[in-house]
Write a protein that binds this ligand. Structure first.
Ligand code: HEM
Length: 390
């Protein structure tokens, strides 16, 4: 269990670079925290302006549009990002936070029976989808359909494309919202002005695509991994209950430790040199978040979960201009989940875990769970505990 999420340790220490086969190239993956940060800052050399190629294996066969704002560079990126920022800032609002805590309490209470439940399909997936409906300011009932899409919206586990369903759904939503003055994501993007013109349908589609896909499996894998952690360390719930400030540090620590996204890729239009790796013009380089987040020169006990870690300069949500737009939402969901677990759950019993493993030419890495069967042991209310008054 200790090193299963860190297949990069040896290369990180030896050379700082791991090579993987992607799109017919031996693509270097940058492994150390400072090198990853450096590349994130230099968007002129390391560009995002390469549609479908933001991940190691091209997504051209599973989606039809460029994703916004991620697959763009400044100055356009700055203007595109500004259009959707108000939605992604909603989790900073106190009322939104209260409503999210209620939602998480409700979803956990429904899932947390002493019977066997799947923490992926019964907890993580409904949490992700129902909270996305809140973020995009659309009716809760929309989430039912999103839940039915499963963990991945572009591909089945066997790699077969299912992106067409998401595409038709998104296009229908923009069409239905035509002329509406409502404040939901689709209506607002229909009305948005970008550099003194309206967005094209392709651009709106690309924004929605990112909103639906970007924070889906990342969040689902993080939530299921948190449940697996507490199943293995029941005493840790008590540790959080002893000091609520630990819920904040634990949230950051789970993002660092789980690092569900293995790599995001940059393209080098003019070529580049990264450590010993020479990248030809048009070549690509991967930013390996989980390895950077285990960099032993930056993190003490780098391969352990330290729930009260005070200094935690992780890059789980990226770094620089493309840092995760959904970070406030993801943090709020994780914090609310930890709060609900502390209030509702005494212990979690693991029944069966089927990990989700990414297999590449030179490494394999556990990113989360396909299925995580557990049973939740509820907390006995204080008033009912023997010897304790209400
Ligand atoms: C634990 C959950 C999450 C993790 C680990 C994560 C990770 C990341 C990372 C590493 C990046 C940087 C990409 C780059 O440098 O090119 C990123 C960007 C992004 N993420 Fe997330 N993410 C999470 C949740 C979410 C959620 C919930 C949403 C939306 C609902 C979201 C939407 C985005 C968007 C739109 C960007 C692109 C920002 C830009 O290009 O300016 N993410 N995410």
């Amino acid at each position: 269990m200790k090193t299963e999420r860190d297949p990069f340790i040896q290369k990180r220490q030896e050379s700082g670079v791991e090579y993987m086969r992607a799109e017919g190239q031996e693509m270097p993956l940058v492994l150390r925290l400072q090198d990853v940060r450096k590349i994130c800052k230099d968007w002129k050399t390391f560009s995002n302006d390469d549609p479908f190629m933001i991940v190691p294996h091209s997504e051209a066969n599973v989606r039809s549009v460029r994703q916004y704002p991620i697959e763009t560079d400044p100055p356009d990126h700055t203007d595109y990002r500004a259009l959707v920022e108000p939605f992604f800032r909603r989790p900073n609002d106190a009322n939104y936070q209260v409503s999210m805590q209620h939602l998480v309490d409700e979803v956990l209470a429904a899932a947390a029976t002493p019977d066997c439940v799947d923490a992926v399909s019964d907890l993580a997936l409904p949490l992700q989808s129902r909270s996305l409906a809140r973020l995009l300011n659309v009716d809760d009932s929309e989430a039912k359909l999103w839940i039915s899409w499963g963990t991945h919206v572009f591909k089945e586990g066997d790699g077969i494309s299912k992106g067409a369903e998401l595409s038709s759904y998104i296009r229908e939503k923009f069409e239905a919202a035509e002329g509406s003055d409502a404040d939901d994501f689709f209506s607002v993007l229909n009305r948005a002005d970008f550099q003194s013109r309206k967005l094209t349908l392709e651009e709106k589609h690309g924004f929605a695509n990112m909103a639906f896909a970007g924070g889906r499996d990342t969040l689902i894998h993080t939530i299921s991994s948190i449940i697996a952690y507490f199943a293995a360390h029941s005493e840790s719930l008590e540790f959080l209950r002893e000091d609520h400030a630990r819920i904040i540090t634990a949230t950051e620590e789970f993002v660092r430790y789980v690092s569900p996204l293995t790599a995001i890729v940059r393209t080098c239009p003019h070529g580049a040199k990264v450590l010993d790796a020479v990248i030809a013009p048009g070549g690509r380089v991967g930013l390996c978040w989980p390895s950077a987040n285990r960099d032993e020169t930056a993190f003490t006990q780098h391969d352990e979960v330290v729930l009260d870690r005070s200094l935690n300069p992780h890059v789980g949500f990226g770094f620089g201009i493309h840092r995760c737009l959904g970070a406030a939402q993801a943090r709020l969901i994780i914090r609310s989940l930890l709060e609900s677990l502390c209030n509702q759950i005494e212990a979690i019993k693991l029944i069966e875990a089927i990990p989700e493993v990414e297999q590449e030419s030179s490494f394999e890495r556990k990113v989360g769970y396909k299925r995580l069967l557990v049973s939740f042991i509820p907390r006995v209310p204080r008033a009912l505990r023997p010897g304790l008054a209400a």
